[in-house]
Ligand binder design. Structure first.
Ligand code: SIN
Length: 428
């Protein structure tokens, strides 16, 4: 097996992995590997936007909205930390060139999604994730201390003999199949979500909870492997492949859910889990495979649809639906994973020198059900905090043991998804 030595190994190139790399000191060498291409992360797919504390008076209300959506199973300390750092995070993105929608007077424009008591989401049309991710990626590509290596899969972690610290990971080149033991002073898991394990998901298929699987294999604490979020509205289709999201901000701007009789059956802006359950109930009652979303009730009508949601309008058109003249068929699909590798306010896991950030981790911000548009924010903030911790320069020391049996089971985590069958029934 080839061997390589690096200060920090980051596994995953979504916004969490990228922001971690960006905040490492210039003198620290880092390697970022990711399973697919550099744009194959769910961060790129995020539509609706990114939350931010609207003003000082919004603090308690933002906190309460996040906690209520999470069924109060959130960690109040991580929630407060995220809210407190939200403004500076948005400002940092703007300084990197990220463009958010502005009002005529130049102020940031805010949209709304389910379970938010006020508009506090900044956005870039219906492709906020792409706007943020592509700027971060470009910034990382300019860093002389960071190597980006796409199409490279983590197949195991490395430890010392007594398994008291993480010493890197074994990675495989997807094309040549060659294995490399990457010895690292610190290792960061930023492997994203678990949607690839579900038949219907908004996630890229390559996202199979690899960080969580490897943590479970090695006795590193994982919290709430059953906390899987289903997004209420994805475009119903009989085609195979990734489910296309119809952003919650469409409902935030006034789109209505209706049944086959054209009647509303739920308050569209309740938390995601509640709306998803109501849609399932309605589908069961009707014996239908989808309900409908009427975009014609969006405030500002056709003009808002064309300006704020051009990607959604176009995708619906490609599927044969004209959102200006008819409701579209929608169905819930797996979307996000609130559980994950247990991590603290600094991204530290229960294994020294192993960090977990982004959707891979569970730091308690989201509780049992994530509040809409908190994911990019949470990933950015805690990835930066992990980088700040790594920057202190405490490296793992010792000799890594190359295991005889490499873990390498990329769907293994599925056995922990006890609710999987139960929750994905409508599609099967
Ligand atoms: C959406 O635009 O509905 C998704 C945003 C999110 O998952 O928070």
């Amino acid at each position: 097996m080839k061997e390589e030595y690096i200060d920090t190994l980051i596994v995953g190139a979504g916004v969490a992995g990228m922001n971690c790399a960006l905040h490492l000191p210039a003198g620290m060498r880092a390697l970022v590997v990711c399973k697919g291409g550099l744009r194959e992360s769910d961060s790129f797919l995020a539509q609706g936007g990114i939350c931010v504390l609207h003003d000082r008076g919004d603090e308690q209300s933002y906190f309460e909205d996040t906690m209520r959506a999470g069924h109060y199973e959130n960690n109040p300390d991580t929630v407060r930390c995220m809210i407190r750092h939200s403004r500076e995070t948005i400002e940092e993105l703007i300084a990197r060139g990220v463009r958010f929608e502005r009002e005529a007077n130049g102020e940031l424009a805010y949209t709304r999604e389910g379970a938010h008591s006020r508009p506090r989401i900044v956005f870039h049309a219906d492709c906020t994730g792409k706007e943020i991710s592509s700027h971060l990626l470009r910034a990382v590509q300019k860093l002389p201390n960071v190597i980006l290596r796409p199409h490279t899969t983590m197949v195991d972690l490395l430890f010392d003999e007594a398994k008291t610290q993480c010493l890197g990971a074994i990675v495989r080149d997807n094309k040549t199949k060659e294995l490399t033991a990457v010895h690292a002073g610190n290792t960061v898991l930023a492997t994203g979500g678990v949607g690839g394990l579900f038949p219907h998901s908004t996630n890229f298929r390559i996202l199979t909870g690899d960080g969580v699987g490897v943590a479970l294999e090695h006795g590193i604490a994982v919290d709430h492997p059953e906390y899987v979020q289903f997004h209420p509205t994805t475009l119903y289709t009989q085609r195979r492949g990734r489910s296309f999201l119809i952003s919650e901000s469409v409902r935030g701007e006034g789109a209505q859910l209706i049944n086959a009789a054209g009647e509303r059956f739920v308050d569209e802006l309740l938390p995601r889990d509640v709306v998803t359950a109501a849609i399932r109930r309605e589908m069961r009652r009707e014996g239908s495979r989808f309900v409908r979303l009427d975009l014609r009730t969006v405030a500002g009508g056709a003009q808002t649809l064309a300006h704020h949601f051009p990607g959604i309008v176009e995708r619906c058109r490609e599927e044969g639906y004209d959102v200006y003249s008819e409701p579209i068929p929608v169905v819930p699909a797996q979307h996000y994973f609130m559980g994950g590798v247990r991590s603290d306010l600094k991204g530290r896991t229960t294994m020294p020198h192993l960090y977990a950030v982004g959707e891979t981790c569970c730091n308690g911000v989201h509780g049992k059900n994530r509040l809409a548009s908190n994911s990019l924010l949470e990933a950015l903030i805690f990835a930066r905090r992990a980088a700040d911790e790594i920057a202190k320069g405490e490296f793992a020391e010792g000799r890594a043991v190359i295991p005889e049996q490499i873990y390498d089971k990329h769907t293994d985590y599925a056995r922990h998804l006890r609710v999987k069958k139960e929750v994905d029934l409508e599609h099967e």
